[in-house]
Design a protein around this ligand. Sequence first.
Ligand SMILES: Cc1cc2nc3c(=O)[nH]c(=O)nc-3n(C[C@H](O)[C@H](O)[C@H](O)COP(=O)(O)OP(=O)(O)OC[C@H]3O[C@@H](n4cnc5c(N)ncnc54)[C@H](O)[C@@H]3O)c2cc1C
Length: 403
Amino acid sequence: MTERVLIIGAGHAGATLAGLLRQAGHPGPIELFGDELDLPYHRPPLSKKFAEGELEQWLRPMEFYQDQDITVRLGDRVVAIDRAERRVHVASGESYDYDHLVLATGARPRPLPVPGADLDGTVSLRTLADARILRKCVAERRRLAIVGGGYIGLEVAAVARANGVEVTVVEREERVLARVASPRLSEILTAHHRARGTRILTGARVVRLSGADGRVRAVVLDDGTEITSDAVLVGIGALPRDELAAAAGLRCDQGIVVDAQARTNDPHILAIGDVTRRPLGTGTLVRLESIPSAAEQARQAVATIMGDVPTAAEVPWFWSDQFDLKLKIAGLVPPLPRTVVRGDPSAGRFALFHHDNGTLIAVESANRAAEFMAGKQFIASGTRIDPARLADDTTPLRDAILH
Ligand SMILES: Cc1cc2nc3c(=O)[nH]c(=O)nc-3n(C[C@H](O)[C@H](O)[C@H](O)COP(=O)(O)OP(=O)(O)OC[C@H]3O[C@@H](n4cnc5c(N)ncnc54)[C@H](O)[C@@H]3O)c2cc1C
């Protein structure tokens, strides 16, 4: 077992895997390659804490990697995989052999395909470097337009607004979070943001960004509306960084396709994190972008490399902070959910339970940790609930279970 493991991508998934693999007793070399210059860091604070405080929240200090004998190679990009020779090539010209290769290359912000998107003052948010630019934008400017009402856009909107910035969110769909949240949660969050002074436009299509002297000045919509802004955040989703895998002939379909144990179609290559599409529940392939999912797949990869018992599937979950709302979501919200509301959305303390004929499928909660935890367990165990009892906040959660 002196097999050499190379991990491409020093983000959450890659760095977690490196640590877990050593913890599990892998005796061979572990090398982590990252094209960013910074040590692996937490990305969630980038959209939640960019206005103030420490942005550089390392996953582990440098000493950890030294103590664990994990080689970290930063600021160099892996440019090719030679599967026949089991070797990777990096931009600086070196090449490295592997026994196991793990691709953890993450995702990149989806570019806004309109004229003017490259004007100065237009930013996206994925890296520490992006967050530093956004911090400067928010400190210096008074009007921020956010293209895209997804989680990152709404989190940035909340922080900017709380810091006195004039914020407009422009969403192409008929509601914010259309792809990931239930209509009810979209409605509640829209009201919450609007009540705090954020302008939210839905069904609004951006056709160009206009500027002066190379700087962005306005977001222009297809109906001619111009939203004057000193900075623009583009938050319209992320694309998997699967080009390296695709060029090496690995199976890709909007992400690297893996099985429930992080294996690609090459027995020597695994893939984990945001770059992957993997089977969940009924076997449907999904691409999740979340820390818990990256960590779960890191554990799957450890089991596969070590030849251990495969890890059991977990219920996907996610969190988001928007103003005073600590949101926690478990399960995948179906397109047309049947929803039970427990608690008081207008007071910012509620849980939305989505079910299919009583079988719980997903829960979206705000400031209701007990409901989130119970909901996640109910989803995992396929528990059936009585909707009327669940909706009654005075009924203990356990009494809403159907036996
Ligand atoms: C602003 C923001 C807020 C978020 N908030 C939350 C949250 O609240 N909760 C939550 O669960 N999730 C959140 N996420 C999502 C979460 O951060 C990601 O799911 C997680 O980082 C995925 O980890 P990863 O390792 O797959 O990808 P990444 O963390 O993106 O790491 C991939 C790394 O690989 C590098 N790389 C790519 N290609 C190469 C190459 N060829 N050679 C070398 N290096 C390469 C990239 O530069 C990057 O450093 C947030 C994400 C962002 C951007």
